[in-house]
Design a protein around this ligand. Structure first.
Ligand SMILES: [Zn+2]
Length: 217
């Protein structure tokens, strides 16, 4: 997507995280940033509202979750995550993401992490197709116009949710990407919109990872 400022983030964040964690004595000698096995703790899951969707299947046996896909909903005028979740609840729509984050920051969960949500469509990431099998999808309510702001509450909730998922499943930060990055139809799937700030998002994730209470480490 043109105009998107994609930071050279994973390495930068990895450097900061590894540096700070090593200082704290929590790094267990692995080169990977922010993973549960690397840092030895799992952040608490932020509160979610459950609105289950039927549009999922079981993941392939033994499949590991190691990727997060960020979407926006391309829904002009919609503000609430629950509005999108009702669409995902319709078998006729055939689609769902694991999580939807509304303009007010409310997080609605529609599919269990353990299941495969029909979110990325025909897709490929680093040589593997069918990204749904190994990813978790998060939708941000947004019109996708490029001018509709992603709210501070959305960045906060997204950061907390992703920080939790990163520690829960040991997901490398450089495997958090946009739908546009994995879709085999990138001219159609352009999300997240060009005004989504990857820098602000990863800054939030980093802050959340760094703010884990000592008791949970
Ligand atoms: Zn999408």
């Amino acid at each position: 997507m043109t105009g998107r400022r994609r930071p050279v983030l994973p390495l930068a964040v990895a450097a900061v995280l590894i540096g700070s964690l090593a200082l704290g004595g929590w790094l267990l000698g692995r080169a990977r940033p922010a993973g549960a096995q690397a840092v030895g703790y799992v952040l608490p899951k932020p509160p979610v509202i459950w609105m289950p969707s039927p549009n999922f299947v079981q993941r392939p046996p033994g499949e590991r979750i190691d990727t997060i896909i960020i979407h926006d909903t391309e829904s002009p005028g919609v503000k609430m995550a629950q509005t999108i979740a009702r669409y995902f609840d319709d078998p006729a729509s055939g689609v769902a993401a694991h999580y939807v984050i509304g303009k007010d920051g409310e997080i609605v969960q529609c599919v269990h992490d353990a299941a495969e949500a029909n979110q990325a469509g025909i897709s490929m990431f680093r040589g593997r197709d069918h990204v749904n099998a190994f990813s978790i999808g998060i939708e941000l309510v947004n019109s996708q116009s490029g001018h509709d702001p992603f709210t501070a509450a959305q960045y906060r909730s997204l950061g907390r949710l992703v920080a939790y998922l990163v520690t829960r499943y040991d997901i490398p930060l450089d495997r958090i990407v946009g739908h546009h990055d994995v879709s085999m139809h990138p001219q159609i799937k352009r999300d997240p919109a060009s005004n989504f700030s990857w820098q602000r998002f990863f800054d939030q994730v980093e802050a959340d990872l760094a703010s884990a209470p000592l008791a949970s480490r």
